[in-house]
Design a protein around this ligand. Structure first.
Ligand SMILES: [Zn+2]
Length: 148
């Protein structure tokens, strides 16, 4: 996802969901293709952001690389997989994403999702289990849209 969340917003509009129904942002992990638009969406729609402590240093840019490598990353366009390359070069999210809540294993988020910690891909990787049986949000579904 790019920093202006254009792809995400186009996706939800294409399935008939107005972006104004966004109730919260559940990040599964730090990689830019899943998190880069979170700062924009949080600001634009005034919604809370959730992620785990293990990914906080990256998402708050405490890990940002200085010097030539970091400077090079800023010139990588946020198109397709290049958004991931940008994050790998900069070693940080393109914009600071401050969590409204740092998740822990087993807790309930937004009354509908239970947090399952799944470190390995990143230190703070999590999955979300929806209260409806057989509905799990994982790496490919980093965002939640409310149905109500
Ligand atoms: Zn990833």
């Amino acid at each position: 996802m790019d920093s202006d969340a254009e792809e995400f917003l186009g996706g939800v509009k294409s399935v008939g969901i107005p972006p104004s129904r966004l109730k919260g942002i559940l990040l599964t992990h730090l990689h830019n293709e899943y998190s880069a638009g979170a700062a924009f969406l949080k600001s634009e729609f005034n919604v809370p952001v959730y992620y785990a402590e293990g990914d906080r240093p990256y998402l708050t840019r405490q890990t940002a690389t200085k010097g030539m490598r970091g400077g090079l990353g800023k010139h990588v366009p946020e198109e397709g997989v290049l958004v991931l390359l940008r994050g790998l070069l900069e070693e940080a999210a393109p914009e600071v994403v401050t969590a409204n809540h740092l998740e822990t294993y087993g807790e309930s988020i937004e009354g509908s999702f239970r947090v399952i910690t799944t470190p390995g891909h990143t230190d703070g990787h999590v999955a979300y289990v929806h209260k409806t049986p057989c509905s799990v949000a994982t790496r490919s579904q980093s965002w939640r849209i409310a149905r109500a």
